[in-house]
Design a protein around this ligand. Structure first.
Ligand SMILES: CC(C)(COP(=O)(O)OP(=O)(O)OC[C@H]1O[C@@H](n2cnc3c(N)ncnc32)[C@H](O)[C@@H]1OP(=O)(O)O)[C@@H](O)C(=O)NCCC(=O)NCCS
Length: 158
C-alpha cells in the first residue's frame, strides 16, 4: 500500500451558518459544528485510506466563543497520525464575518477514524509521509494523544 502525505488528503470545507443551525441567541449549535467536524475529518480519512471509515473517537472540543448566524465556517482537516487500521485527523475551525472581512480561529478537534471493509471490519491503511518539521511535530503530539486514548479505552473496558 502506497504511503501518502497529509497534503494529498487535506480537505477544506465551507458552511454558511443559517438560522436553522443556531440557538435562540443566533449562535451556531455545538452539535451542528461537531457534525461538520466529523464530516470534514471523515473525508480526509477516506481520501487517505481510499476506503469507507467509521468514527471511533472525538477528543473533547471546547466552545470558547460563539459563531454567529450569517458567518462562513471553514473547516480544514488533515491526517496527523496513522496506525495499522486507524487514523487521527486534526480539524481546525475558522469563522469569518465576510461583511467586515474578519476571520478568526474558533476550535480545534482531533478525531480518530478506522478504515473498514464491506463487512465493517477494520482494514489496513497506507502509511503517512511526513514532509515538513510542522508535520513531524504534529505527528509526535498525535502519538501522545493516541497513548492517552488507548489508556482511557483500557480503563473503560475494565
Ligand atoms: C470501527 C470498529 C469496526 C473497530 O472495531 P474494534 O473491535 O474496535 O477494532 P480494534 O480494537 O481492532 O481497533 C481498530 C483500531 O481502532 C483503534 N481504536 C478503537 N477504538 C478506539 C478509540 N476509542 N480511540 C482511539 N482508537 C481506537 C484501535 O487502537 C485500532 O487502531 P490500530 O489498528 O491503528 O492499531 C468498531 O469499533 C465499530 O464499529 N465502532 C462503531 C463505529 C461507529 O458506528 N461510529 C459512528 C459513531 S456512532
Amino acid at each position: 500500500m502506497k504511503a501518502r502525505s497529509p497534503n494529498e488528503s487535506m480537505i477544506e470545507m465551507n458552511e454558511l451558518v443559517l438560522p436553522n443551525d443556531t440557538n435562540l441567541l443566533g449562535n451556531l449549535l455545538g452539535g451542528t459544528l461537531l457534525h461538520w467536524i466529523d464530516i470534514a475529518g471523515a473525508m480526509a480519512a477516506q481520501k487517505h485510506s481510499n476506503s469507507v471509515v467509521a468514527t471511533v473517537c472525538i477528543d473533547s472540543v471546547d466552545f470558547r466563543e460563539p459563531v454567529h448566524v450569517g458567518e462562513i465556517v471553514t473547516l480544514k482537516a488533515r491526517v496527523t497520525w496513522v496506525g495499522r487500521t486507524s487514523m487521527e485527523v486534526t480539524v481546525e475551525v475558522f469563522a469569518e464575518d465576510y461583511l467586515r472581512k474578519l476571520k478568526r480561529a474558533t476550535n480545534k478537534a482531533y478525531v480518530t477514524y478506522v478504515s473498514v471493509d464491506s463487512d465493517g471490519k477494520p482494514r489496513e491503511v497506507p502509511g503517512l509521509i511526513l514532509e515538513t518539521d510542522e508535520q513531524r511535530k504534529g505527528h509526535a503530539e498525535a502519538e501522545k494523544r493516541r497513548t492517552q486514548r488507548l489508556k482511557r479505552r483500557q480503563t473503560e473496558q475494565n
